[in-house]
Design a protein around this ligand. Structure first.
Ligand code: TYM
Length: 345
């Protein structure tokens, strides 16, 4: 890879539906980066099915969700002819490299991860080892391909900082200064919509694991459901302010305005210049409309793809073959740097 070549790598867990937070925080940027790639640069996007087994799961559902999430990504605009689209489990080098990095990652680093603390709660002893070591697999995911840029929402920033720390320590400990084994990846976090919040609680992020379906907009929701969820979204009784400062402390209002601004690609100031002084009775239907406009072509494509498992299977197999090839040189370099006598295959 030459110095000005971009390698964009990112993943999503195939658990449940794709929601608006995933779309605005990450997937939309994946599509944009893919469409702006220049010759020699490449995007790799994957379903993090190996990550999904860190929590209790139903194997039949995981298999189904992996195919559905792949279909959802294609429906959002990921083009398997331009990007490498695959699932981790078909590329054993992810799990292999994770183990090779385990000697470098420190217990203390993992213990500080907020996602670990949130997911484990008070019952740390009862969690799987995989949940604790999860960020090491995430580091392997990007380091394996010499990722230069990793488009993610704000909640993944800490995991990427950890990936950089692991890469740096591994390079320092095991590589010559002029021939590092790993590239340090840069997180790419959108300036807007990096953290879309729940529709029911402006202090919690929109998430697949929230038990209330009313808390999120799924990319598969039909127009009536979208309108209903937005109408019921929590707000306050005040009209919208004309300037962004007026949204301070109004987390739910800020969240809805952020969604509108991201969906219409307009600055928050511009949105408030239009809606300042108006109540949610006016703003919510306008937001519902832009949501339906964005989502309905995606869900139409998604529904068509769902009828074609064979196509998605073939896309993933083809993507995995490419990914295995792309990852091999780095995997071999890591074995070598560690002094391991690897199988020559
Ligand atoms: P996951 O599956 O939770 O989410 C996928 C992407 O969606 C973003 N996202 C959000 N962005 C804005 N607002 C929200 N409410 C919101 N919820 C989710 C996430 O930041 C993410 O970019 N550990 C990762 C998957 C992963 C990965 C990787 C990502 C595995 N290996 C390597 C990047 C690189 C995860 O669980 O994302």
């Amino acid at each position: 890879m030459s110095a000005d070549t971009l390698r964009v790598v990112s993943g999503i867990q195939p658990t449940g539906n794709l929601h608006l937070g995933n779309y605005l925080g990450a997937i939309r940027n994946w599509v944009r980066m893919q469409n702006e790639m220049e010759a020699g640069s490449e995007c790799l996007f994957f379903l993090a099915d190996l990550h999904a087994i860190s929590m209790s799961h139903d194997p039949v559902e995981l298999r189904r969700n992996t195919l559905e999430m792949a279909a959802a990504l294609v429906a959002c605009g990921i083009d398997p002819d331009r990007s490498v689209l695959f699932n981790q489990a078909q590329v054993p080098a992810h799990a292999e490299l994770q183990w090779l990095l385990m000697g470098t990652a420190r217990m203390g680093w993992l213990g500080r991860m907020t996602q670990w603390k949130d997911k484990a709660g008070k019952n740390r002893e009862g969690q799987s080892v995989a949940l604790y070591a999860y960020p090491v697999l995430q580091a392997a995911d990007v380091l394996l391909y010499q990722a230069t840029h990793v488009p993610v929402g704000d909640d993944q920033k800490q995991h990427l900082e950890l990936a950089r720390d692991i890469a740096q320590k591994f390079n320092n400990d095991f590589a010559d200064d002029d021939r590092p084994v790993f590239t340090l990846p840069e997180p790419f976090i959108p300036p807007q919509a990096a953290r879309i919040m729940s529709l029911r609680d402006g202090s919690a992020k929109m998430s697949k694991s929230d038990p209330s379906d009313m808390s999120r907009i799924n990319l598969t929701d039909d127009a009536d459901t979208v309108m209903k969820k937005i109408k019921k979204a929590k707000t306050d009784p005040e009209p919208l302010p004309s300037e962004i400062d007026g949204l301070e402390g109004r987390t739910e209002a800020l969240n809805l305005v952020t969604m509108y601004s991201a969906l219409t690609d307009r600055k928050i100031d511009h949105v408030l210049a239009e809606f300042g002084g108006k109540g949610f009775g006016t703003f919510k239907p306008a937001l519902g409309e832009v949501l339906v406009e964005t989502l309905s072509p995606i869900s139409e494509r998604f529904n068509a793809l769902l009828r074609d498992d064979e196509f998605i299977d073939a896309v993933l197999a083809r993507g995995a073959a490419k990914a295995r090839e792309r990852g091999l040189p780095t995997l071999h370099a890591a074995y070598e740097a560690l002094g391991l006598l690897r199988h020559p295959g």
